[in-house]
Design a protein around this ligand. Structure first.
Ligand code: ATP
Ligand code: MG
Length: 332
């Protein structure tokens, strides 16, 4: 039995998590779900947005499925705490088109890998007499670590090219370190093509010729912005999955939040959560099942009938989950 932590969270987080476990059940895997709490409701019950037991549990299991949490103003964010505690330094966001989705591009399949532990989001911000200043920390250790992660990811997933994104013409020292680390580590991967682009040019190419990309690796802020731009190329919030990976653990979550406006209606799109689940299975080396799940989701989207209102349908979250399960059975 492989143990995984399940943190449904708040709002539609809980609803899409029910969809995910329903579909996981239909794959008949040897998985043991251990539920843990975090978020707003958890705060109301326990006084903490992320109790120690939850953090301990995630450290004991190798993978965590995370729904979504509602922020409690003035209290630490559950997801940011988990990223720190588990040192989940790599954020992976696939940018992939699925047939049946009304999106800007129909032919995209690339991956953005964002450094998630330092950069401009290191939290080193101070007021000064003139205003304020934030420090952008770029270390060789973290730059080499994320580059190696990107190259290994490319190799493992049969991709051909890794593009480093930076702004080393202006941020000469910090992005100089990032770029040099990328090419240094790249020497260990002679079979992969390497290139680097400035972030501003990359933002434009996303709109003009996104088909050129395969795997991108970049620093925290640039990755944050490009990931959302990438999401905009292939569909709405309800579709986009993500993975947060460290050396020991992985945490998988939809990009969307808890969406209180549609909570309790049973109409949240489960696809982002289901694709995150597929990413988790791949991480757990259940490649066959991961692909099976993705194919089933893709088939349901392509068919376009049993889909939630955000995709133009009349069906509920669980209807869509059941349809994905049905599709899995058909494929097998
Ligand atoms: P957070 O504060 O965590 O970002 P949020 O309420 O702003 O939470 P978002 O995820 O940012 O939620 O989503 C913005 C809006 O997009 C939601 O209010 C909802 O209407 C819509 N939305 C988000 N996710 C989904 C989904 N899975 N299915 C359908 N609609 C969604
Ligand atoms: Mg939001």
């Amino acid at each position: 039995m492989i143990k995984i932590t399940i943190i449904p969270g708040d709002g539609i987080g809980k609803e899409v998590m029910n969809a995910a476990t329903h579909v996981l059940d239909s794959l008949e895997l040897n998985l043991d779900y251990i539920y843990a709490s975090a978020g707003y409701e958890c705060f109301q019950k326990t006084g903490s947005t992320i109790p120690d037991e939850t953090i301990k549990l995630t450290k004991k299991t190798s993978a965590t499925l995370f729904g979504a949490v509602t922020t409690v103003p003035g209290h630490k964010s559950a997801i940011i705490s988990l990223r720190k505690e588990l040192d989940l330094y790599a954020n992976i966001r696939p940018v992939k088109s699925y047939p049946g989705i009304n999106s800007l591009f129909k032919d995209l399949d690339f991956v953005i890998i964002r450094e998630n532990s330092e950069g401009l989001y290191s939290g080193l911000e101070d007021y000064t007499r003139e205003g304020a200043v934030a420090r952008r920390v770029i270390t060789r250790r973290a730059s080499e670590r994320i580059s190696r992660f990107a190259f290994d990811y490319a190799k493992k997933t049969g991709r051909k090219k890794v593009t480093a994104v930076h702004k080393a013409n202006v941020l000469k020292k910090t992005d100089g370190v990032f770029k040099d680390s990328f090419y240094k580590v790249g020497e260990e991967y002679p079979d992969l093509e390497k290139e680097d682009f400035y972030v501003d040019a990359t933002a434009m190419y996303f709109l003009t010729k996104p088909q050129i990309f395969d795997v991108l690796v970049t620093t925290n802020l640039f990755g944050d912005i490009l990931s959302d731009e990438g999401a905009g190329l292939v569909g709405g919030l309800g579709l986009i999955p993500s993975a947060n990976i460290g050396d020991k653990q992985g945490l998988f979550e939809p990009v969307h939040g808890s969406a209180p406006d549609i909570e309790g209606k049973g109409i949240a799109n489960p696809v982002a959560m289901l694709l995150s689940t597929s990413m988790m299975l791949k991480y757990l080396k259940m490649e066959y099942e991961a692909e099976n799940l993705e194919k089933a989701i893709s088939a349901v989207l392509k068919n376009g009938k049993v889909v939630t209102p955000d995709l133009g349908g009349n069906y509920s979250t669980m209807d869509m989950a059941r349809e994905v399960s049905k599709q899995i059975k058909i494929q097998n």
